[in-house]
Design a protein around this ligand. Structure first.
Ligand code: ADP
Length: 209
C-alpha cells in the first residue's frame, strides 16, 4: 500500500484506490454524540472477558452509548468459521477482528472485543489497525482460578490431551506489558470490574458528549 501526495491510499498491484467518503468518521461520531474507540479485552479462557464485556456493554448502553460487542466464540462461528487454532489462523483471526472493530469505530460505535488474543505481536497488530482509539484491558485472572472455574470443561479436556494448542496449557499466553487497565476477576466482583474500567476510560467516554 502506498500513499500519494494527495494522501490517497493506493495498492498498485491490485489496481485499488481508496475511495474517500464524504460523511467522515468525525461527522458520524458527532451524529451519535460520542467518541468512538475500541476496548480490547485479553486474557485466558475463563478469565471473565465475556462476562465483563457483557456487563460493561449493558452499562454503556444504559448511559446512552452506541456500542457493539465482538465475542470470541460468536465470531469464530461466523466471520472466522474457516479458521482454526494454528499460529497462522490465530494471527488471521485477530487481524479480521481488528479490521471489523476499526470499521465499526469508523461508523461511530464504541466496540468491546473479548478474545483470548494470547500473542503480544497480534495485539500490537490490532493496535496498529485500530489506531489511537485502542485501549487494552488485561483480564489477569490466574490460570489456577480459570482452571478451577473450567466454565466450558476445556481445561479438563486440554489436560487429558483432547485439545491441542490450548492457551495456558500447551500454547503460550503472553502477558500484556502496557495494558491500559488490569482486572483480576478473582479479586473483584463483576460490578467492581466494570466500574474500574469505566473509571479508567472516563476521559474518552466524556468526549463529544
Ligand atoms: P472468558 O470470556 O474470559 O473465557 P467467561 O466470561 O466466559 O470467561 O467466564 C468467566 C466465568 O467466571 C463465568 O462463569 C463467570 O460467572 C465467572 N466469574 C466469577 N467471578 C467473576 C467476575 N468477578 N468477573 C467475571 N466473571 C466471573
Amino acid at each position: 500500500m502506498e500513499e500519494t501526495e494527495r494522501n490517497v491510499k493506493k495498492d498498485v498491484t491490485h489496481n485499488l484506490v481508496w475511495h474517500t467518503m464524504e460523511i467522515s468518521r468525525k461527522m458520524r461520531e458527532d451524529h451519535m454524540k460520542q467518541k468512538a474507540f475500541t476496548i480490547w479485552m485479553s486474557g485466558l479462557s475463563g478469565a471473565g472477558k465475556s462476562t465483563i464485556a457483557n456487563a460493561l456493554e449493558k452499562r454503556l448502553y444504559a448511559m446512552g452509548k452506541k456500542t457493539m460487542l465482538l465475542d470470541g466464540d460468536n465470531v469464530r462461528m461466523g466471520l472466522n468459521s474457516n479458521l482454526g487454532f494454528s499460529d497462522e489462523d490465530r494471527v488471521e483471526n485477530i487481524r479480521r477482528i481488528a479490521e471489523v472493530a476499526k470499521l465499526m469505530n469508523d461508523a461511530g460505535l464504541i466496540v468491546i472485543t473479548a478474545f483470548i488474543s494470547p500473542y503480544r505481536h497480534d495485539r500490537e497488530n490490532a493496535k496498529q489497525i485500530i489506531g489511537d482509539e485502542f485501549r487494552e484491558v488485561y483480564v489477569s485472572t490466574s490460570i489456577e482460578e480459570c482452571e478451577k472455574r473450567d466454565v466450558k470443561g476445556l481445561y479438563k479436556a486440554a489436560r487429558e490431551g483432547k485439545i491441542a494448542q490450548f492457551t495456558g496449557i500447551t500454547s503460550p499466553y503472553e502477558v500484556p506489558e502496557h495494558a491500559d487497565v488490569v482486572i483480576d476477576t478473582a479479586e473483584m466482583d463483576v460490578e467492581t470490574c466494570v466500574n474500574h474500567i469505566l473509571e479508567q476510560l472516563k476521559e474518552l467516554l466524556q468526549e463529544s458528549k
